[in-house]
Design a protein around this ligand. Structure first.
Ligand code: FPP
Length: 225
């Protein structure tokens, strides 16, 4: 029996280093990163076992970056979500953003809303982009949304989160070994895979090889086998 990679989450790290290694501006790394988002999503959309792909695109901490880089990322995101509509539909991919979207500009929110409604009927892969997402922020928003006087259960808290689905396989590119406030709750029993590959160089072939290794891991979810 092998594990099914139903829900894959990826921390897409290494865009800046990829660009630096090529004497390019960091923004070139982000542009290249956006292209890799497209190819990896496409690969997952035709993979028979992958149901969900959750990608960390912008964290609650990323606002600390230089203003120009943040502005570039916002524009890149807007352009990507607008231009990719056709591909989402062709590949039957449903777009479900997570994170606190209220902080984004009106025009970016509109593009996000549009893509979400246009792809609502797609029943293939679900692609979630984590936008202004922080694991702690998510939990705090969820708890604040619940009645403070009522004791809550684990299931209730799970269902109040942006992302209501446990992660099976969590991958981080770029060589570091940390969660960076990404999907803290949902990754409770995820299998973690770290690779030195910088995100702009990540390929479907590497993803396939990680999935192959993941399938052989014995998952016990805290119990005994
Ligand atoms: C980390 O690279 C990556 C991000 C800050 C966000 C990920 C963004 C993309 C993949 C591109 C835009 C995405 C979409 C969906 C259009 P880094 O800059 O921290 O890299 P470094 O650690 O090498 O500096």
């Amino acid at each position: 029996m092998s594990n099914r990679p139903n829900h894959i989450a990826i921390i897409m790290d290494g865009n800046g280093r990829w660009a630096k290694e090529r004497n390019m501006n960091r923004t070139a790394g982000h542009e290249r990163g956006a292209e890799v988002v497209r190819t990896i999503t496409s690969f997952c959309s035709i993979h028979p076992e992958i149901e969900r792909l959750t990608l960390y695109a912008f964290s609650t901490e990323n606002w600390k970056r230089p203003k120009l880089e943040v502005e570039f990322l916002m524009k890149l995101l807007e352009k990507y979500l607008k231009n990719e509509q056709k591909n989402y539909l062709e590949e039957n991919v449903r777009f479900e953003p997570i994170g606190d979207l209220s902080i984004f500009s009106k025009s970016l929110r509109k593009v996000i809303d549009d893509l979400q409604s246009v792809t609502q009927g797609c029943n293939g892969l679900v692609q979630s982009l984590a936008l202004n997402y922080g694991g702690r922020d998510e939990i705090v928003r969820a708890v604040n949304n619940l009645f403070p006087s009522t004791p809550i259960t684990v299931e209730q808290l799970s269902n109040a989160l942006d992302c209501k689905h446990d992660i099976d396989l969590l991958i981080r590119t770029g060589g570091d070994h940390r969660l960076s406030n990404f999907l803290l709750w949902q990754a409770a029993y995820a299998e973690l895979f770290f690779t030195n590959t910088l995100w702009p160089e990540f390929t479907s072939v590497e993803l396939e090889s990680i999935i192959k290794k993941f399938k052989t891991v014995e998952r016990r979810f805290g119990g005994l086998n």
